[in-house]
Design a protein around this ligand. Sequence first.
Ligand code: ADP
Ligand code: ZN
Length: 721
Amino acid sequence: MVVGVLVELSNKNIDKVFDYNVPDNLINDIKIGIRVEVPFGRQTLDGFVLEIKDNSDMELKDIISIKDTDIVLNKELLDLGLYMSHEYLATLISCYQVMLPKSLKANINGKSNIKYDTFYRLNNIDLSNFKLNDNQLKIIDLLKEKELVLRSELANISISSINTLLKKNIILEEKYEHYRLNYSNKTINKNKLTSDQLSVYNEITNSNDSTYLLYGVTGSGKTEVYMELIEEQLKLGKTSIVLVPEISLTPQMVSRFQSRFGDKIAALHSALSDGEKYDEWRRIARGEASIVIGARSAIFAPLENIGIIIVDEEHSDSYKQSDSNPRYHAVDIALIRSKYHNCKVVLGSATPRLESYARAERGVYHLVKLLNRVNGRSLPKVTIIDMAHEMKNSYGHFSKLLIDSINDRLDKGEQIILLLNRRGYSSFVTCKNCGNTIKCPNCDITLTYHKTSNTLRCHYCGYGEGNLTKCPECGEEAINDLGCGTEKIEEELKKYVNARILRMDYDTTSRKGAHEEMITAFKNHEYDILLGTQVVAKGLDFSLVTLVGVINADTSLNIPDFRSSENTYALLSQVAGRAGRSEASGEVIIQTFNPDHYAIKYSKSHNYLDFYKYEMDIRKTLKYPPYYYLVFIKISGKDMNLVGSEANKIKRSLDRNLTGTIILGPTTCTIFKMNNIFRYGIIIKYKKCDNLKLILDKILDHYKTNSKIKIDIDFNPSQML
Ligand code: ADP
Ligand code: ZN
């Protein structure tokens, strides 16, 4: 038997199937879609079996071993990988690897780690010939009572007694697989849908369309509708995928699904350990879980017979893989899988992507709406504070109204969420003498000051500098901390309010489980104020929160990105949506230096449609999505001049070969230097361009053996850094 194997190296030169002979003793275990170890040049590599062929006359090397008993990549996923590889111009191996949890990727150094429980059982032999001590008799008595006893149940009996019994064959050892996570199968009563929810549910179930955009304001009960749709599929014997942005995939969210669907759910997200993900994946592949709830890559969950795919907060840019190949969008994959399974896709958001809403307007997606909050609760009242007029009062980064309102809520025993908008923003450090901003020596960005550790750190490469007292540029001891990080804001806030403040940011949530603990503590009212970065804006549902404050709405407006208004509008709407989700009504205070900016003005009236229309006009004028498609080409390398000149060559070649496109650049990227690598970008705008993929693929081919230049291609990029 001969098999075609795709090995783990992601390199355009090697990205094809190589033939290997299968030794006779392994033939029975070979299946398409499992992993094998093979010799490759002088190395040993892992690879996926993609083809089984007849014997060939050629002299072939033998595969070394087989790694899996169960199939890792089924037929659907194998085909999907091929599609992705063409669609995103990525190597086929990278498309398969991205689908799999770490322990199932092809990786010669990686071990799949199944966890076993050890049990003991009495062997059926005559005990009269043995002399047994008390401990041994205790074990035997226990095993007479209970057929199988878990090792941990024998914890207080010495291990040597167990071993002696094993050696004498009096007891037998058996190992059974043990999933690391377990879900209770207890479920609680579900909510009865409101009439609004019911009509959306009916519209989706009774229509034949395949893709739906559920535009529903925050707190309108979208999640309840999702659960009802899933339950319907469950009754039909079908499975479901629910995608949630990583950041809002809190235990709160998972437990909400678990309390409705019990142990039918499986969760896939980054807070799980490799072993936990491995177990969840296998439970799914074995058909032991029928509802998968997870972040971006959960779209590849190996479910059979999918009945519905739901993408919550569909506007979230966490659904786009931006930093490595394949640069895919989970919604696009959802649409492909829905064709295969002939199932529906529901995209939900209070602030849909412009691209999505435009498709809904054109009838490509079926638009359904939830315009009111559940049970007549009102959307929070939003007040916009012009910080330019506040500078004279002495509350630092806070307006008088915000401080007064915080104190008012504290008096009433209510809770407060404060957002420090830090998208693309750093608390930077400058020199008072020469004005120098302290930058990372490897990356072209400012270092961030961390008060607790008294260090300056680079958020891109991790570079750190401690105890900075002198300016590295002019040598004066005049370092000025202009920082406005959460730590600084917390310190400031403590001067004006007497409250228990919980700080949530990149630093405090990096430890595994920290995010979860914080949310629980806040929910239990162990704190009054939750102060944090973007993490506090998403999906949280706390009934005691009646006030949301945005400290600086502007920072995300200043990013050089055509989506900065859209992202700012979405962020403000989402964070505002955290207020007043229960009986008490909510209030939002937004501090800004740009009170007249449309992204801020429209968030006051919760008016997505007005924002949408305004922004669409701008996109049309400037020829941006959804009117045009974009491709972003990044050219990078260590030698700045070489990168620049190759970027120009690429631009000229694009000019020669493409028609009907607008080609911008090359320009230096927003972050020109990262990790000592220089980066140039070219943007292609187009409505229709038949030979685009062909030409881009030729460029990739041209550079595939060039170790000095790296080319990254991103279709429909969500960021162009
Ligand atoms: P969204 O996902 O649109 O933000 P949720 O589904 O989280 O909204 O609902 C907001 C709040 O209203 C939640 O606390 C939820 O439990 C509650 N809720 C939603 N639908 C109902 C219903 N039909 N009956 C009672 N409570 C509901
Ligand atoms: Zn750096």
